[in-house]
Design a protein around this ligand. Structure first.
Ligand code: BES
Ligand code: ZN
Length: 639
């Protein structure tokens, strides 16, 4: 046997335990020995975050048949996985699972008959779950797994009626990065793409939706819903949601799903959705997914948005009443090209998804609101990125990062997003917009429905941009962005005149040269307000905050981006009316971007940690597992 280099002793241990482990499940049929999982797949495989041997046998289609039980908090039923063999004679299928109750594994023969297969679960690993190793006889090209998800599945949030606007239960999934395996046994790697169909049964008075074609616009008395995803997708885009949902049409291929309390305001806020899709198409080519709908989730959703295909999920905290936070919708829509169409092959390549998307988002915002708003958003991103780069681990200060011995969750930080975006801004600066846009359109077309590595991109870029337009950019410069820590010195720093004016007013006000009521805030955009409040970090006392509140009613803000920054200042200044608002905020909102820094600031303050723990205990039942995890880490109460 070949000797393999191990990059992680922990993973080697996992492999060893796999060889030795007994069955982890209730009495499967007498198993002939299942071959051990080879160490090289884990240690040096192209995706270190999946146990799947996708270069040997690859899932090409899934058929799901599931029932949602809100009382038990389980999805149960079966999945049939259709397989393509890459290495003839390879006799094992390895699937990713995490906390799944595997009940039965059978081959589906050509005549449709089931034939029991030998299988076993490997050892649990803390963030990769448990490999399901199935003996795969010759000639078998479809496998059926009967299973149920755990009530604590990380990728599913089950909400009670008390935790939703409608007073009815709600379920939503969040599969990215590696949580699809907590509700479907599959090859959970962005390197594998498959089509799927599904039938899902839920409570009769609730609507079942999936990130797929076939979403109904009203409940169906049988409680049974059918879906189809004809375009091949990676597993992290698998999505399901069940709730008391209404639908509002926006345009011929766009619409909004939300609980009834949100449907009116959401339809107004997102009235430009159809137009956004058109802008996207004009920039980078046809929208290839049929419909584009938004699903407004309960406020516990841990993210701002998630680009589930055909049905992006969004937090209600972007419904500001004035369209000021639509960059997030532009972002999730842009993923229909960067991410969903051309996909990062592994989480080390995440910048291919997120960096391109932030750039694309900025282009959509510029089309909608002009260069000035784009510059403001760019400057906010730049300042945030600079702060991150100062404190980040050196191995995280570049676009392509080694995550092989880390939870893929850690892939998500500002660097792949904002440094990725400034990389594209820099290419735009060097080549001009027209050349870059043509290149990007061809890139999306060339790699459509494929998963690619940073190196695939680098090669394509070299041939189709660098060499096609010589003398403008060198490969060494590209490699500095991709592989060297820190922002390259030649990056183009964005400038916002509007922000410079805000800086000026802030300085003069703090120097008592102008009074608060002389600030020209009526002309300020939401982003100028954000910049103003960021610049006041640590600079206010409670008395000053009271004066500001009297003048601007910031505690009564309904724009969550502004309110969040104001509450950060309130924690620093121990400003009581703000703290009262903060308590309600934490009980209502689970969006990690807000809750994590708020809990962290409270934990770091002299007075706030005990109070925050007490509020957290009350808020916890309504939080998603990811929000809980981050808050507990911030508060120092994780085990
Ligand atoms: N794909 C991400 C959501 C995500 C982030 C999933 C981390 C899993 C882990 C989504 O497209 C995203 O980037 N959301 C941002 C939006 C923003 C950058 C405009 C968010 O939720 O804040
Ligand atoms: Zn994104």
């Amino acid at each position: 046997m070949r000797q393999y280099q191990l990059c992680s002793p922990k993973l080697a241990f996992v492999a060893l335990v796999l060889v030795l482990a007994g069955c982890g499940a209730p009495e499967p049929p007498e198993p002939p020995p299942v071959q051990a999982l080879p160490v090289d797949r884990i240690a040096t495989g192209i995706d270190p975050h999946s146990f799947a041997e996708f270069d040997r046998v690859r899932v090409s289609h899934l058929s799901l048949d599931l029932e949602a039980d809100f009382r038990r908090r389980t999805l149960s039923g079966h999945v049939v996985l259709e397989l393509e063999r890459k290495v003839p004679g390879h006799q094992r299928l390895v699937l990713d699972t995490w906390d799944l109750d595997i009940r039965d594994v059978n081959a589906v023969q050509d005549d449709g008959e089931l034939m029991p297969l030998s299988w076993r679960l490997g050892a649990d690993s803390d963030y990769l779950g448990t490999p399901l190793v199935i003996a795969l006889p010759q000639g078998i090209s479809a496998v059926r797994v009967d299973y149920a998800s755990s009530p604590d599945a990380f990728g599913l949030q089950w909400l009670d009626g008390e935790q939703t606007a409608s007073g009815r239960p709600f379920l939503y999934s969040q599969s990215q990065p590696q949580y699809a395996r907590t509700w479907v046994p599959l090859q959970d790697t962005p390197a594998v793409r498959y089509t799927f169909d599904a039938v899902v049964r839920g409570p009769r008075d609730l609507l079942v939706l999936m990130g797929a074609a076939g979403n109904a616009i009203e409940t169906n008395p049988t409680g049974e819903y059918r879906f189809e995803m004809p375009e091949p997708i990676p597993s992290y885009l698998m999505a399901i949601a069940i709730g008391d949902l209404e639908f509002a049409e926006i345009g011929p291929r766009t619409g909004i799903y939300a609980e009834s309390a949100w449907i009116g305001p959401a339809a107004e806020e997102f009235a430009g959705l159809e137009q956004m899709v058109e802008i996207g198409e004009n920039l980078y080519g046809p929208y290839r997914w049929g419909r584009y709908d938004l699903l407004v989730l309960p406020a516990s959703f841990p993210f701002g948005g998630m680009e589930n295909p055909r049905l992006s999920y969004v937090t209600p905290t972007i419904i500001a009443g004035d369209g000021s936070l639509l960059a997030l919708v532009a972002h999730e829509l842009a993923h229909s090209w960067s991410g969903n169409l051309v996909t990062n092959a592994a989480w080390r390549d995440l910048w291919l998804n997120e960096g391109f998307t932030v750039y694309f988002e900025a282009r959509i915002m510029e089309e909608l609101y002009g260069r000035e708003v784009r510059d403001q958003l760019a400057r906010l991103a730049w300042d945030g990125l600079m702060e991150t780069l100062e404190t980040a681990d050196p191995r995280d200060r570049q676009l392509v990062r080694d995550l092989s011995d880390r939870d893929p969750e850690q892939a998500f930080m500002r660097v792949p997003y904002d440094m990725g975006r400034f990389f594209l801004d820099w290419l735009e600066d060097r080549f001009g917009r027209e050349i870059l846009d043509t290149f990007l359109r061809e890139y999306f077309d060339h790699f459509a429905f494929q998963s690619i590595t940073s190196e695939d991109f680098r090669d394509y870029l070299d041939t189709h941009l660098l060499q096609a337009h010589p003398g403008r950019v060198s490969l060494d410069e590209i490699d500095a962005w991709l592989y060297q820590p820190g922002m390259p010195a030649f990056a183009v720093e964005p400038v916002s005149d509007a922000f410079e004016q805000v800086d000026d007013w802030r300085r003069r006000w703090q120097a008592d040269e102008v009074a608060l009521n002389e600030l020209p805030v009526d002309d300020w955009s939401v982003h100028q307000w954000r910049h103003f409040l960021i610049g006041l970090e640590g600079a206010l006392d409670a008395a000053q905050m009271a004066v500001m509140d009297e003048r601007f009613d910031l505690t009564g803000q309904t724009n969550y981006e502004i309110l969040f920054l104001w509450l950060m200042r309130a924690i620093e200044a121990r400003y009581e009316p703000g703290i009262e608002r903060l308590e309600r905020f934490l009980l209502e909102v689970g969006r990690n971007k807000f809750t994590r820094p708020l809990y962290q600031a409270l934990a770091d303050s002299e007075w706030g940690r005990e109070w925050a723990i007490e509020v957290y205990q009350r808020a916890r039942p309504g939080y998603h597992a990811l929000t809980r995890q981050a808050a507990e880490r911030a508060l120092g109460i994780s085990d």
